[in-house]
Design a protein around this ligand. Sequence first.
Ligand code: AMP
Length: 370
Amino acid sequence: MTPETSIAPGGTLGILGGGQLGRMLALAAASYGLKTHIYAPDPESPAFDVAARHSCKPYDDEAALIRFAQSVDVVTYEFENVPRRTAEIIAAHAPLRPNAAALATTQDRFTEKSFVAGLGIPTAPFAGVGSEADLQHALREIGRPAVLKTRRFGYDGKGQVMIHPATDVADAWRTLRGAPCILEGFVPFEREVSVVAARGVDGSFAAYDLCANTHRHHILATTVVPAGVDDATERKALAIARRIAEALDYVGVLAVEMFLLRRGDGEELIVNEIAPRVHNSGHWTIEGAETSQFAQHVRAVCGWPLGSTKRRGRAEMRNLIGHEVDSWAELLQEPGAHLHLYGKARAQPGRKMGHVTRISPEHAHPGEPV
Ligand code: AMP
């Protein structure tokens, strides 16, 4: 830990983005005696409620960005679609961690997959698509079924269309309104898993155990840890995340989402995407690990030593989506159910309103509280 790169307690962490991830980061920062300043354009940002300061300004307000950067000791972000120009302005006035290049690489699916494949890490077959003719060509190369995705701004299955054998190509192309796209071969995966890991300013690396994720309507529904894969697969997944973090010269927490395939007796991993931030599949770490992913991210971006990622038992995290949050009062009655609510005013369908985590002893039946 060197004084030039580290922030002392009492300092201020700047966060671009004001959603639940920013909120939980701010809470973790507060527990280390740090203040947070949140920058987000939405006046109803859930992170504003728990931060010492906030700037409710658009991401293209250069003067406001400079004022924000000058008011803090280090800046991080809680979403990957921070515009490039915004990142550049911030980086000119404050340390930006993770760096702007990590952001640029991971916010475009084509750049991201090219980067991962360039490291020799398996991905689905993919091709960049800029026109209907490109799409026809890519489909001949990759085959069907395939998934057409916008290169940027896709999340929770938005900006995505499946191309089945009977799908009309012109229709599929029109659905995404001519946006620059990537075509990916459909991966017949058995399960979806993710690695949540951190890299420090000094290059140290610490990963949590592999997470097994289920989705409903393309939105993360549950995460269970341990994932129950072969030890060799788990080691391989963690090594992939480390290789990615090192190649990006990454500082902070990142998540690498992967597909697990079964071929005969063997398990195989294919990287789907990188999230350059704390991640929903890491929420279980708040109660389930020695250091939460939020505390870990704060440690990393402040230039502090990383904390232990050791698990405290078997963890199950369940998102409360839309009106599922209405069960909050029952969840409060349940011993061992750790309830987190994000303070969002309206429970719209598909909106992440909170989550609940249950930790059980390593060798007990799942669900049995410790
Ligand atoms: P993404 O936005 O890339 O995370 O994709 C959202 C979800 O769509 C993933 O979690 C998968 O369930 C599914 N998906 C995305 N890409 C593929 C693919 N190439 N093959 C099969 N399923 C996919």
